[in-house]
Design a protein around this ligand. Structure first.
Ligand code: TRP
Length: 453
């Protein structure tokens, strides 16, 4: 076995903040609220909570155990825990997935970063409440050859600087400041949103259980969102697990992270939907909601609109940043372990590669939109979006949980969960059942329906 990976977070709080930072991202703030409303509000929420706590947390615990037990980054982690070196390929697949998610994430994060400026400078406010003008503005911006590219570069450079500062000084310290800031920002927006006239309609959309809207598709969406939101299935949590202090309680830590991630997703919904309904808009999904509907909502708030819209885009950028940092860290740390390079070189290399792909994906929305892939003529951005949402994460998650439940020696798992016999693990039987049977089956169903649908 090669030299072990000695970097650690300084405390349990540090682990929680960094992992919550990874988990809380664009998925919580613009994806969760929308699909929650779409698939039946409260009814969806119940299903989502089950998936998050039963399956998402199980996967997260598995990755933490694999990382902390092996003290390695994904490729070597799997190889260290099983004599068949081919398991390293699973680590590699996770890293490839991380790379594509990061490149796509940089594009969306770039838009968010640019919109902080559009908001402060008054450009968004100047569009007034003309919905067409606001959508046009976004369409022109996102298809522009230069502006989104500059935004990608600015955002990635900030992430790079944090990674270059290292695990404790960079990631941990930044997460400890940014995560509380994020909670504060989302709470400010919640208060504003809830005090608008007719706010109740938005809450109804979000929370009133409507079981007739909860279809099979909704159940699958809940499962997919649970995995995506917790950042599991691509080895990032294996890397963070390898940084976990030895006396940390894996179960408790995973539960805290899961609870925080879910709470922030729900708060984001409370911040967004009452405002959208109060202004009489229809909720839209994805970029449409954030870049076309919300600016209109803010412009309807009068003078303070600029303040709230700036806070909102800042919130999004903060959430995106800690997620992007974890993805870049996972790649950087892996190269660090496999090649004789230092952290700075490794970080710069992946920064350059992921920004280059990010820029390419960004251009594929505008000037390069005629370059398409496959029979469906998808642009590069849409292609990678499909890869990142339907194929890669469920495949990686499925193999990871299979490895954990059926391949890794059970004694190692028990030893690691109990901190070498110190902690009681009363939950173990249920956890084991979930990891061996429920999670692989559920993932298989998601994967098959995703591919067929
Ligand atoms: N969890 C992130 C979000 O909610 C997205 C994400 C998926 C992610 N997989 C990841 C972030 C891996 C970091 C690492 O937006």
């Amino acid at each position: 076995m090669s030299t072990s990976n000695k970097t650690t977070f300084s405390s349990t709080l540090g682990v929680i903040m960094a992992a919550v930072g990874s988990a809380v991202g664009l998925g919580n703030i613009w994806r969760f609220p929308y699909i929650c409303g779409k698939y039946g509000g409260g009814a969806f929420l119940i299903v989502y909570l089950c998936f998050v706590f039963l399956l998402g947390a199980t996967l997260m615990m598995s990755e933490f155990v694999i990382g902390r037990r092996s003290q390695h980054t994904p490729i070597k982690a799997f190889q260290a825990l099983h004599p068949k070196k081919a398991w390293g390929l699973l680590g590699l697949l996770g890293l490839i997935t991380s790379f594509f998610i990061l490149s796509q994430y940089l594009v969306l994060s770039g838009w968010t970063t640019d919109y902080i400026w559009e908001s402060i400078s008054g450009n968004l406010a100047a569009l007034g409440s003309d919905a067409g003008a606001i959508s046009n503005y976004f369409a022109q911006f996102s298809t522009n050859a230069l502006r989104p590219v500059i935004a990608v570069v600015i955002f990635s450079v900030i992430c790079l600087v944090v990674i270059m500062c290292g695990v404790q000084k960079g990631i941990e310290n930044v997460s400890k400041v940014l995560m509380p800031l994020l909670v504060l920002l989302v709470l400010v927006l919640c208060v504003r949103s809830l005090t608008l006239p007719n706010a109740g309609k938005g809450l109804e959309y979000l929370f009133l259980p409507d079981f007739s809207k909860l279809t099979g598709e909704g159940v699958l969406a809940a499962l997919g969102q649970a995995l995506f939101s917790l950042s599991v299935g691509m080895g990032v949590m294996i890397v963070y697990g390898s940084y976990m202090p030895v006396n940390d309680n894996v179960f408790k830590t995973a539960m805290w992270i899961t609870a925080c991630d879910t709470l922030i997703a729900i708060l984001a919904g409370v911040a967004i939907f009452p405002a959208v309904f109060s202004c009489g808009f229809d909720p839209a999904g994805g970029p449409g909601l954030v870049f076309c509907v919300l600016p209109n909502v803010f412009n309807n708030m009068g003078g303070a609109g600029i303040v709230f819209s700036t806070i909102f885009f800042l919130l999004l950028a903060v959430a995106a940043m800690t997620s992007a940092i974890s993805l870049l860290e996972s790649l950087t740390a892996t190269l660090l372990e496999h090649a004789k390079v230092n952290r700075q070189v490794s970080a710069v290399l992946f920064f350059l590669l992921s920004s280059a792909f990010g820029i390419l994906f960004s251009l594929s929305i505008g000037p390069l939109s005629n370059v398409t892939i496959g029979h469906a003529h998808l642009t590069m951005f849409d292609f990678v979006d499909k890869l990142n949402s339907i194929y890669l994460p469920p495949i990686c998650s499925l193999f990871t949980i299979f490895f954990f439940g059926w391949v890794m020696p059970e004694a190692d798992i028990k030893d690691e969960l109990s901190n070498h016999g110190v902690l009681k693990i009363g939950y173990y039987k249920v956890f084991r059942f979930l990891a061996r049977y429920v999670a692989p089956l559920a993932l298989l169903v998601v994967l098959i329906t995703g591919i067929m649908g």
